[in-house]
Write a new protein. Structure first.
Length: 371
């Protein structure tokens, strides 16, 4: 692959789907072929030192006048000159992608979800996306699902430069046995009789974790051994904790806090769960956590809208529900929690399918597009 500059506002050690995507993308690139320009957001010195490739962190929006990202032009130009950059990847869409037209290098834009959906509500962003797409040196828009590809096609009225490559997973890392698994489980106050639901991700209102918590009292009346583990951090955390206190669920709903990006950090929780549940109110671009949990042989409950309907095959690798229907959510949980044969069938099918999405396979597909 040509020497590539990845420009992204989302990169580890920050936690999130896009961050996880490009952590693995860069991990599997020859270090001499990739350089990263990303934003200053988190204390990152330790992480950066551990990576074999160059990472630069700057304030993407340091300009005094709009557009405030204009100073990026000088920074990118200098990186291109000093590192002999031959092509650019924008890790997600933002109007600063228009800067690529100033350098004459081939460039690509990746699309994940929120970055593309938000364009539809903004005339300025719609104009910027169309203009970037039509620039002479623009190569491909790489969508993480057919859902996002369709959203992009609707904006530009063209699909000749749109490709779909699903995100990858670290299958081996997610399926490796966990050291001291039972001891770690006991530390969470769990035992062998518990039926465990797990959610992993940003704790934001659109993830709809509150809907599951509100259903817990009713589900516990039918399944007293049910527990719910929520892994992550975010703006909705305190509200969820208040709900737990309101419904007296201190011992049934457990918050673990944030964890790292590596598969080993997440695999314990995926392997811990019988059911992985995230029924997002906003359509997911794809929903890589559904495949990660499936790799660990966990049956999945997801929203039937958006890219999650591509990550989960309804009634085969999991159950898709209307996220605004408490009845559908409740019945899906109880169905998988009480029917062992159904659970095993879906969990096994999901694990088999998840192996197809290993990062080694997905990177090969990307390499065929990004020369």
């Amino acid at each position: 692959m040509k020497k590539t500059l990845l420009i992204t506002n989302f990169f580890p050690p920050a936690i999130g789907g896009i961050e996880n995507y490009f952590y693995n993308f860069c991990r599997l690139m020859p270090p001499e072929d990739i350089s990263v320009l990303t934003a200053i957001k988190w204390p990152s010195d330790d992480f950066d030192r551990q990576q074999p490739y160059r990472i630069r962190r700057v304030d993407f929006f340091s300009g005094r006048l709009p557009p405030r990202w204009r100073p990026l032009k000088k920074i990118i130009k200098e990186i291109i000159r000093t590192e002999n950059i031959q092509q650019i990847i924008f890790g997600h869409f933002h109007p600063y992608c228009l800067l690529a037209g100033k350098f004459g290098l081939p460039f690509y834009i990746f699309g994940h979800g929120t970055d593309i959906r938000q364009i539809k509500g903004s005339r300025r962003q719609t104009w910027a996306f169309k203009r970037a797409y039509r620039q002479r040196n623009f190569q491909k828009f790489i969508a993480n699902s057919r859902f996002i590809a369709a959203e992009a096609e609707q904006l530009v009225k063209d699909k000749s430069k749109i490709e779909v490559v699903y995100p990858g997973i670290d299958y081996a890392g997610l399926t490796n046995p966990i050291d001291d698994f039972n001891s770690k489980k006991k530390l969470l106050g769990l035992d062998e009789n518990d039926v465990i639901m797990v959610s992993i991700g940003r704790i934001e209102p659109e993830k709809n974790y509150a809907a599951v918590i509100k259903l817990m009292p009713e589900m516990l009346s039918r399944l007293p051994q049910l527990k719910y583990i929520i892994v992550g951090d975010g703006s909705d955390l305190q509200y969820l904790k208040d709900l737990v206190e309101k419904y007296n669920l201190k011992y049934q709903v457990i918050f673990t806090g944030a964890i790292g990006q590596a598969a080993a950090a997440k695999s314990f929780y995926y392997q811990l769960g019988h059911i992985f549940i995230t029924v997002s109110l906003q359509p997911e671009g794809f929903g890589i956590s559904y495949l990660e949990s499936a790799a660990a042989k966990t049956a999945v409950i997801a929203s039937k809208f958006g890219g999650s309907a591509e990550a989960v095959i309804d009634n085969e690798t999991g159950i898709l529900v209307d996220p605004e229907s408490p009845e559908q959510i409740r019945e899906a949980v109880l169905k998988l929690a009480t029917d062992r044969e159904l659970w095993d069938k879906m969990a096994s099918a999901g694990q088999t399918r998840a192996k197809e999405f290993d990062w080694s396979n997905q990177m090969e597909k990307l390499r065929k597009i990004i020369q």
